[in-house]
Design a protein around this ligand. Structure first.
Ligand SMILES: [Zn+2]
Length: 256
């Protein structure tokens, strides 16, 4: 597996281990040509051996899983805590599983119920569609207190950030992994008055090892998250499948 992001290794941020925050960070497929090729070159430090027993199809999930491992770790979940995941996409369904592996009870909140059956199968204790009722009440009922202890936001919209704030209890933690581009009307009054901790989480630093271990030990299941392989010459079909996906992640292989 490769980390498709690499930093300069020399700036103050890199030297203190904050590689993910390096201003010179290179993202393969964004800053330089991507991986839709038979061969790609990356620095050796970005290459990870895949453990025995982890299939190629599972291994392709390592990168988004590492993003989520970092986000969940930023919230420091304790066993038995209640957690909410906002968003039912790939990151949301992975966050659900990492939180379960860390011993948390998980409520999944989404705008549509399309992925709720899958979330149930992957360990969600409860699912809730945003339009089906006020989030604060759902969080209080689920947590049996003032709201959930922590929220992992994966949807990347300003609205999703507001949902996260509605779900969390006073003194709770909210981790943002999506990248909302639009301004938000978030009420800071509620954040100060309830002493909510809001943390950003940007890709990963050292989390690839943990992600590979979660795949190896079976705590994170990927078989229903990835599509059958598309061959590279069928890339256009793969991109169409991504737009109208029954699978969550589309796999393109350079060779059959
Ligand atoms: Zn750097």
């Amino acid at each position: 597996m490769i980390e498709p992001n690499y930093s300069c290794g020399a700036c103050p941020l890199c030297r203190e281990g904050n590689w993910n925050l390096c201003a010179e960070r290179v993202a393969v497929g964004i800053d330089i040509d991507g991986c839709f090729a038979e061969v790609v070159r990356v620095p050796l430090r970005c290459c990870w051996p895949v453990p025995d027993g982890v299939s190629d199809e599972a291994a392709v999930i390592t990168e988004p899983l590492a993003v989520v491992v970092r986000a969940v770790q930023r919230a420091v979940p304790r066993p038995g805590e209640s957690a909410a995941v906002v968003g039912g996409g790939a990151l949301g369904l992975l966050a659900l599983q990492v939180l379960r592996a860390r011993g948390a009870r998980v409520l999944v909140v989404g705008r549509t119920s399309r992925r709720f059956a899958l979330a149930d199968a992957l360990g969600a204790e409860r699912t809730h569609r945003v339009s089906d009722g006020p989030l604060g009440a759902v969080a209080r009922e689920f947590s049996r207190r003032e709201g959930v202890d922590l929220v992992i936001e994966t949807a990347g919209t300003a609205e999703a950030v507001e949902h996260a704030i509605d779900l969390v209890r006073p003194g709770g933690r909210v981790v943002l992994t999506g990248l909302p581009h639009e301004p938000t009307t978030l009420s800071f009054f509620s954040i100060v008055r309830r002493e909510i901790t809001i943390l950003g989480s940007m890709i990963y630093q050292r989390e690839f090892g943990d992600a590979l271990e979660l795949l190896r030990c079976g705590a994170v299941k990927t078989d229903r998250l990835v599509s059958p392989r598309f061959r590279l010459e069928h890339l256009a079909e793969a991109l169409l499948a991504h737009r109208d996906a029954t699978a969550v992640k589309i796999v393109v292989a350079p060779r059959p």
